[in-house]
Design a protein around this ligand. Structure first.
Ligand SMILES: Cc1ncc(COP(=O)(O)O)c(C=O)c1O
Length: 411
């Protein structure tokens, strides 16, 4: 099928790109009608030259902003040397990347992959194998406890662990071995564990569910239960980790160290997909040659960018910015409660804002925000997520909240 732009589309370059994408791209997303041409820091420019403040930041993949100079420089330098070897050969970026990331997390080892979903899949394989080889679970009986409302990715096994009918519908048969408990309920986790349980897999903050922050003490209780019951604690920090929540990891809020950190998104600096499972040797050591891998996982370009991300995180600057700007964001959102906002949750520079449904859907609000130059994303009907790049200026954040106030305040 050939794409022939209509007369109106020729006059409107954005409409032409959207029409072509609709026609030739699978409809697995429903984007806002903005066609991005360029971006820098916290700002996006569309094909018509209009600028927008990015308040989604690639679902936290752009924690350091668009095209952070140090990340771009690291990528450029590596582009001039070597980009891909496959894991059939060693290269001079993988060892340093693993060591530096493992040190950041206070763990022994790293297993690099590409997308977040692959990191979670990798973790599931690791905890199952650990269960059989170390814990002594009978073969093929391993179970993993997961939480209602989770989002771990889109593969068959991850939608098998999901409770979202839209994510699962039409994709069965599902992978067995998951036990689902309410999020935030440590006693339910304890009750779900038996001799077959190899891991508890949770997000320390549930992003897609609407930035759901568990009750204080939950993560510490999960840690205690997992240790006492000889079960691994796998924390999916793909969206919550790497400074977004005001600390290097969201688990740091309760001073909790999970057995496995699942990382992605910001680990690639918004430049390349980089994900990883980070754990001690007693856990990751169960994987031996030939048992798991990826052609692109741990490639030189990814590792060079990942190393630059770890360097940025080592300064603590982004964690501090997330805390300080997040406190400001919370203060400003407080003013909107009862004025179009029903309630909100903030951790670091990350907010889930439940709008008054009488004022329309979250999607409606995001469309109106876009008209005012602010890009955000709705979730769960009438919730909006705000997660600007951590390089956003205070005045820019204030301006974004002013736009939100204008959109949601009853007229
Ligand atoms: C907590 C969490 N885990 C896993 C994923 C999946 O990551 P990816 O889309 O890179 O596969 C996401 C993506 O939104 C996520 O938020």
């Amino acid at each position: 099928m050939t794409y022939a732009p209509a007369r109106a589309e020729l006059a409107d370059p954005a409409a032409a790109f959207i029409a072509q994408e609709e026609l030739r791209g699978a409809h697995n997303y429903h984007p806002l009608p903005i066609v991005v041409a360029q971006a820098e820091g916290s700002w996006i420019t569309d094909v018509t030259g209009r600028r927008y403040l990015d308040c989604l930041a690639g679902y936290s993949a752009l924690n350091f902003g668009h095209r952070h100079p140090e990340l771009v420089a690291a990528a450029r330098a590596q582009l001039d040397r070597v980009t891909l070897t496959s894991r059939a050969f060693h290269h001079d970026q993988l060892g340093p990347f693993c060591a530096e990331l493992a040190d950041l997390a206070g763990k022994d080892m790293v297993l690099p992959m590409n997308t977040g979903a692959e990191a979670v899949e990798t973790a599931l394989k690791v905890v199952r194998k650990w269960g059989y080889e170390v814990k002594g679970v009978p073969e093929n009986e391993a179970t993993v406890v997961v939480a209602e409302g989770n989002f771990h990715g889109r593969t068959i096994s991850l939608v098998s662990a999901s409770t979202d009918p839209q994510a699962r519908g039409g994709f069965g048969p599902f992978t067995p071995g998951f036990r689902t408990v309410p999020y935030g309920d440590a006693a339910a986790i304890e009750a779900a564990i038996d001799d077959t349980t190899v891991a508890v897999l949770i997000e320390p903050i549930q992003g897609e569910a609407g930035v759901i922050i568990p009750p204080a003490g939950y993560l510490a209780a999960v840690r205690e239960i997992c240790t006492r019951r000889q079960v691994l604690f796998a924390a999916d920090e793909i969206q919550s980790g790497l400074a977004r929540a005001g600390t290097t990891f969201a688990c740091d809020h309760e001073d909790v160290r999970p057995d496995l950190y699942l990382l992605g998104k910001a680990l690639g600096g918004g430049v390349v997909p980089v994900s990883a499972v980070v754990a001690d040797r007693a856990v990751l050591g169960v994987i031996r040659p030939g048992e798991h891998g990826s052609t692109f996982g741990g490639n030189p370009l990814a590792c060079a960018v990942g190393r630059a991300v770890v360097r940025l995180l080592s300064t603590g600057v982004y964690q501090r910015r997330a805390r300080e700007l997040g406190a400001r964001l919370a203060g400003r959102l407080d003013e909107l409660v009862g004025h179009g906002v029903v309630r909100f949750r903030v951790r670091g520079l990350w907010a889930g804002i439940d709008l008054d449904p009488v004022r329309g859907t979250g999607r409606d609000a995001c469309e109106r925000l876009a008209e005012r130059g602010v890009l955000a994303k709705d979730t769960q009907g009438s919730t909006i997520r705000l997660a600007p790049p951590l390089v956003v200026e205070e005045a820019e954040l204030d301006w974004a909240i002013d736009q939100l106030a204008a959109v949601v305040r009853p007229g």
